[in-house]
Design a protein around this ligand. Structure first.
Ligand code: TGC
Ligand code: FAD
Length: 404
């Protein structure tokens, strides 16, 4: 089995002929630092992810050894301050790192988004200075792995209805409830958990592995994000010291602020998955001969490829502009929703068209297409579904709230 895995890895490694696509010279809008970060992550993905990812996805297993490598390339909290061991780069650098990771696999990007945007960011933004100094360097270096618990079995799109709760008990809170669909939870050392206090106000807490009454069982049987580990969080009278409360935020805007940061990264990440599908399709259309011609010579194939690169280019420009707004501190949550929704949908549509171009080969693990397509079925649902983001845009332009 191990020998088979090695042989397969070797074969796949040879086949990673990915080249970035830049039809509108977007690279000219990027700084040398952005390009350096992009190239370093691209090389790392070629060396560490592509050779193994199909095999891990096939076995529904998470390559947890990559956490360390992700830390080493600076994928955890790239835009958080260097004084806490983080990257100290700007939001465009963060975005482009997510793009390159998701070119490898959405699950690998998820490992980085959750750690950086949903665990490190709330600790940085809403924690105490003591929290920052203790947790951030350990999370940035991969010494600790974190997860983010917002969704519950009965509260997905409407997290404000959550029933997980904390009760004041002297120098601790007593935490009860359950979270569902939590990326990395079975392997996490800490969880940033959102729960209601006795007045019904949503608060954030850092819950640590090993606390009595806390468990994180894995969810099995996913046909999507198969190389990413997903689980539950179960709290049965867990005693959490009061010092573990994130004191600087109250209410749903706490978790939603973190989601804005992660959704921004996904808007970039989806471009990577789309580029990989396009790249493989372009090459396949030039190499695959039918009716004595490369299939790329047929107008219907050209239509597919032309539309793919057009949509990728539009998505790149949307992400870049969003990045410049984010760098200026001006990107609104609604603008981020628009980019997440558009770019993930674009990537999923491209994966479906790429599958057609690859014919029967498109359903096999010889090409990355089906894996990207299945992954993107989660990406279009998590961090707010396609329709929830549409309604956020609808609310923004009309001023009328469809959720009430
Ligand atoms: P609403 O009344 O609209 O808002 C409550 C408060 O939050 C503020 N706010 C935001 N703040 C920052 N960023 C945002 N994106 C924000 N959206 C809203 C808002 O201003 C308000 O503040 P305040 O001061 O007035 O209290 O809340 P609502 O209950 O009506 O809900 C609105 C809705 C439906 C849009 C929201 O609940 C939502 O976005 N639902 C989707 C849930 C979701 O995205 N869950 C994701 C779970 S985590 C995940 O999927 C991780 S996967 C990671 C991976 O593996 O990569
Ligand atoms: P529901 O909210 O039940 O939605 C079902 C359908 O109803 C959707 O089509 C939705 O758009 C639609 N719908 C709901 N409300 C409305 C409305 N008002 N108007 C119109 N349509 C509506 N969560 C975390 O907290 N942390 C994580 O790390 C995490 N990781 C995840 C990893 C994976 C692989 C997956 C699949 C999910 C993850 N999630 C995580 C949960 C994810 O955020 C939720 O699945 C998502 O928010 C949707 O919630 P739901 O699945 O309960 O769907």
């Amino acid at each position: 089995m191990l020998e088979n895995t090695k042989a397969h890895a070797k074969k796949s490694a040879k086949e990673d002929r990915f080249q970035g696509h830049d039809y509108y010279n977007v690279d000219e809008l990027l700084s040398p630092e952005h390009l350096m970060a992009r190239d370093a992550v691209r090389d790392w993905v070629k060396q560490e992810v592509t050779p193994i990812i199909e095999d891990y996805a096939d076995r529904h297993d998470c390559p947890t050894h990559l956490f360390k490598g992700l830390a080493d390339i600076g994928a955890f909290g790239p835009s958080l301050p260097a004084e806490y061991g983080c990257g100290g780069m700007d939001e465009i650098a963060y975005g482009i790192i997510m793009q390159e990771l998701e070119r490898g696999d959405s699950g690998i990007r998820s490992m980085a988004s959750v750690q950086g945007s949903l665990v490190m960011y709330p600790i940085y933004k809403f924690g105490t200075e003591e929290h920052r100094r203790y947790y951030l360097p350990k999370l940035a270096s991969g010494e600790l792995i974190g997860c983010f618990g917002l969704t519950e079995p009965d509260h997905g799109s409407n997290p404000s209805g959550m029933i997980t709760k904390i009760r004041d008990d002297g120098d601790s809170y007593i935490l009860n409830g359950a979270k569902m669909w939590i990326t990395n939870s079975p392997v996490a050392d800490i969880a940033v958990v959102w729960a209601k206090d006795e007045e019904g106000i949503i608060r954030g807490l850092i819950v640590e592995k090993g606390m009595k009454g806390f468990s994180a069982p894995e969810i099995h049987g996913k046909w999507s994000l198969r190389a990413s580990v997903t689980g539950e969080l179960v709290f049965e009278d867990v005693r959490v010291p009061k010092k573990n409360l994130l004191p600087n935020v109250q209410g749903l805007k706490g978790p939603l602020t973190c989601l804005s940061k992660a959704r921004y990264g996904i808007a970039w990440g989806a471009i990577g998955a789309a580029m990989d599908c396009y790249d493989s399709s372009l090459r396949y259309s030039l190499e695959r001969i039918q009716f004595d011609k490369p299939i790329g010579q047929f107008q219907l194939t050209q239509k597919k490829l032309a539309e793919m690169i057009t949509e990728i280019t539009k998505a790149q420009l949307l992400a870049w502009r969003l990045g410049t707004l984010a760098n200026a501190g001006k990107a609104t949550p609604a603008q981020i929703s628009m980019a997440k929704r558009n770019n993930v949908n674009m990537a999923l549509e491209i994966a479906r068209e790429a599958r057609q171009i690859h014919g029967g080969m498109g359903i096999t693990g010889e090409y990355p297409i089906m894996r990207h397509m299945m992954n993107l079925e989660s990406v279009i649902t998590y961090e707010g579904t396609h329709d929830i983001h549409l309604l956020i845009t609808g609310m923004d332009v009309t001023g009328l709230n469809a959720f009430q």
